[in-house]
Design a protein around this ligand. Structure first.
Ligand code: EPU
Length: 339
């Protein structure tokens, strides 16, 4: 197995931050993963598993071993009356997987079109968009457990999925390497098009009876109009989660800002869009040193226009976070992993 020293990571993180790691290797098999994790030169180092690099902010060089999870393969290995079961390698680009499903006329992931990153990261933060979360179509997650030194599988109900979270971001954080995800895609096609932006986009194109591909194309059009393309402008999608607050906090906010968008999420809790709070506080579209800032179309997205450091972006996120807390009494939480 080839291990590189002092490896440049700038092409491997969607923020495009210039940073390096002490050692780097790519693995695409369980044997390769075990070999590198047990190698005497590397086994005591800090280890960072890397997927598509689309949800990390590198604030410094990484003084350890980066393992790029390059497991491949998309295989429908089983079907029953209701579902197709598809095994996908962690290193497959998420959108390539979505396009593959659409080509096969498999439904379930079309609303998640164009989300950056790889399949292995999808369960980690339970990616979601336009009324669908990946947990809705996951059957199980396969991973290598570094502490137990064994391959393990968790069924979806054991993954503790929640809004942008899972067991892989909490109690198993840093301990496991996701190698494959098994998807369970329904044979009965039930398109989810009630989300306002999707129904509007379909109506604008005079599509009355949409196909899976129509929905995917609508999502692609919406995302492309709002969100910066990470291959052109460095970013990691939503930088913050949408905060969930008590209904009392929401009522207080609505007294001052009756137009604030808000969604009841049960248990006396209300979700407030962080993008709205950040825009209301005046941050949207701000640019600093012509280098980094807050995107002009979506205030949830921090961007690296050119040559920003990870620390500059981190400090900006801290300033936003403190300002939102001061103005609205609501504490934002970062969605992006800070390294
Ligand atoms: N809004 C503003 N200003 C902004 C952005 C949003 O006022 O700059 C308001 C909108 O007007 C709307 C509300 O906030 O009333 C919600 O906006 P939007 O539908 O664009 O979604 P979001 O809550 O900002 C979430 C996800 C996105 C996902 C979209 C669509 C999170 C953290 N983000 O964004 O996911 O694509 O919904 O479902 O939950 C990502 O995770 O990287 C991501 C892009």
């Amino acid at each position: 197995m080839q291990v590189y020293d002092n490896y440049d990571l700038s092409e491997l993180n969607s923020f495009g931050i210039a940073a390096s790691c002490k050692h780097y290797c790519s693995v695409s098999s369980e044997e390769g993963l075990k070999e590198i994790l047990n190698h005497p030169s590397y086994k005591n180092l800090s280890i960072l598993p890397l997927g598509g690099g689309s949800n990390i902010l590198l604030t410094k060089d990484f003084n350890g071993l980066v393992i790029k999870m390059d497991f491949g393969g998309i295989e429908k290995f089983m079907e029953d009356g209701d579902f197709y079961y598809v095994k996908v390698g962690a290193g497959i680009n998420w959108h390539q997987f979505v396009l593959h499903c659409i080509d096969q006329n498999w439904s379930g992931v079309e609303n998640l079109s164009l989300i950056p990153g790889n399949v292995g990261a999808a369960p980690m933060q339970n990616i979601g968009a336009y009324g669908v979360e990946v947990k809705d179509v996951i059957e199980s997650v396969h991973f290598y457990d570094k502490e137990k030194q064994s391959n393990r599988v968790l069924k979806a109900p054991e993954c503790e999925f929640g809004y942008r979270t899972s067991i892989f971001k909490t109690s198993l954080k840093g301990k496991v390497f996701i190698t494959h995800v098994i998807f369970r895609l329904p044979k009965k096609i039930e398109l989810k098009i009630s989300y306002g932006a999707i129904s509007q986009e379909l109506a604008d194109n005079n599509i009355v009876q949409p196909t899976i591909r129509d929905v995917s194309n609508a999502v692609i059009a919406i995302r492309s109009s709002k969100l910066p393309d990470p291959t052109k402008i460095g970013n990691a999608g939503s930088f913050f989660k949408n905060p969930v607050v008590s209904s009392q906090v929401a009522r207080d906010l609505l007294k001052t800002y009756p137009d604030a968008p808000h969604y009841e999420v049960g248990n006396d809790q209300v979700k407030i869009p962080a993008g709205w709070l950040i825009e209301k506080a005046g941050w949207k579209g701000k640019t600093f040193d012509e280098s980094f800032g807050i995107h002009k179309n979506q205030a949830l997205v921090l961007v690296n226009y050119q040559n920003a450091t990870g620390l500059q972006i981190y400090d900006l996120s801290q300033n936003i976070l403190e300002d939102i807390e001061r103005r609205f009494g609501i504490l934002l939480e970062r969605e992006v992993n800070i390294i």
